[in-house]
Design a binder for this molecule. Structure first.
Ligand code: GUN
Length: 413
């Protein structure tokens, strides 16, 4: 998708309203420059380009949110499916989170070689700095995946969710520090409501202790989950910061592939050292209670859905901001609970109902705030365009008067 090549360099704004506004203003300015004083014509051109850019932006945003939505819900349900049917390997559940990276070759190569919808050859925009940063962040993501799996496997569901609920608040803090995210009423209100919602969710979850949970294992699980929450809160704004140097969405997918590759190298080293691949074989033959075929299908679907989840997250961060990405992910936690109720018949008590309502309230008020802000920006943009057009028109008139004077003067001479 080459249409987002005009990523503004100086002012990478932190929400999608500003981002699309800037894209449109750049388009507008270019059109105005190109068309000189043919005000009527370029006015039409400007409107067309602006609405096309906006439509494409919204299309891409929709696709990414769909990936995040489908990926997050299905990977959560499938991870639970794996553990419910006696799968127990921490290394396997770490590895499946990144091993699907070759799937990203499809959106990377299809547009250039098959669809021919872009002139940009894949992997051409990488500088050594961007490449090494992608690898570094990939390792960080791999380590996060490991901690996330350890926390999931050692801690009771409720405690794990309770600790993870701090992740969004961490993300707010790190994005203020790293990308200078402004704290507004809308985002603070949303972070507080979603955090409250996750805390309630955790309190309303089952208190089943995994069998054989010793104090030391509990501590390992606790600190793993705290570490995972912190790392993820670091990962989101770091990606946003790097994306300031990225000029198109295609490159975001390519960077994502490099990151997932690095995370997979880490997970594969862990798997090899800890005999994870052998464990996988054993689990498939003797442990998984639905049989070998179901085991491998579960692994494959886990691999695919985790890729959707992470690609959706990266796209959301690029198209909006790290905080909005984090908010969208957290809001999906409540949907994940509903998924558990529908698919596994989990109970849906009062606490979960209140938690879901808080989540819907937090997320919808945030979306409404963004919508209002976008409208305000659009109004500002319209008056800005009008001013540009008028200036352009007046300049054209001025030049015309000057030329007439010269011609008249020369004619007289
Ligand atoms: N730390 C962390 N890792 C994840 N991996 C997938 N989802 C999450 C999440 O919400 N937090």
């Amino acid at each position: 998708m080459e249409f987002l090549t005009q990523h503004p360099q100086q002012e990478h704004d932190q929400d999608q309203a500003n981002f699309s506004r800037e894209l449109m203003i750049i388009d507008t300015k270019n059109n105005i420059k190109k068309s000189g004083s043919r005000v009527q014509m370029h006015d039409q051109e400007t409107t067309n380009t602006t609405s096309t850019t906006k439509k494409r932006y919204i299309f891409l945003l929709g696709i990414n949110y769909l990936c995040l939505f489908v990926g997050s819900i299905s990977s959560t349900l499938l991870s639970k499916f794996y553990f419910n049917h006696k799968g127990a390997s921490r290394w396997v559940s770490t590895w499946v989170q990144s091993a699907g990276f070759p799937l990203l070759l499809l959106p990377i190569y299809l547009p250039f070689y098959v669809l021919k919808s872009t002139d940009r050859k894949p992997f051409t925009g990488f500088t050594p700095k961007i490449l090494s940063l992608s690898i570094l962040i990939g390792f960080l993501l791999g380590f996060n995946n490991l901690l996330f799996s350890w926390g999931n496997s050692y801690l009771p569901v409720s405690t794990n969710s309770l600790v993870l609920s701090s992740q969004l608040a961490f993300t707010l803090i790190t994005s203020v520090i790293i990308v200078k995210q402004k704290i507004t009423y809308a985002n603070l209100n949303c972070v507080i409501l979603l955090t409250l919602s996750s805390v309630l969710l955790a309190l309303g979850s089952s208190h089943d202790k995994p069998k054989g949970l010793t104090k030391s294992k509990y501590l390992i699980g606790f600190f793993s989950t705290v570490g995972a929450g912190l790392l993820f809160a670091l990962y989101l704004p770091l990606m946003e910061k790097i994306y300031k140097k990225v000029h198109c969405y295609s490159m975001v997918v390519e960077m994502q592939m490099v990151m997932e590759l690095a995370a997979t190298v880490l997970a594969t080293m862990g798997m090899t050292i800890n005999r994870g691949f052998l464990e996988m074989k054993k689990e498939s033959k003797n442990v998984f209670d639905l049989g070998e075929k179901a085991y491998w299908l579960t692994v494959i679907f886990n691999v695919v859905t985790w890729q959707l989840c992470f690609m959706g997250t990266a796209g959301m961060v690029f198209l909006t901001s790290s905080l909005t990405g984090g908010i969208c992910m957290t809001a999906l936690m409540a949907v994940n609970v509903l998924g558990g109720v529908i698919v596994y018949g989990d109970n849906f008590g009062n606490t979960k109902i209140v938690s879901t309502l808080l989540c819907v309230w937090g997320f919808s008020s945030y979306l409404y705030g963004m919508y209002m802000k976008m409208k305000e920006e659009e109004k500002k943009k319209e008056s800005f365009i009008e001013k540009l057009i008028n200036d352009d028109f007046l300049q054209g008139q001025h030049q015309f008067v000057e030329m007439t004077q010269i011609v008249t003067h020369n004619g007289r001479g």
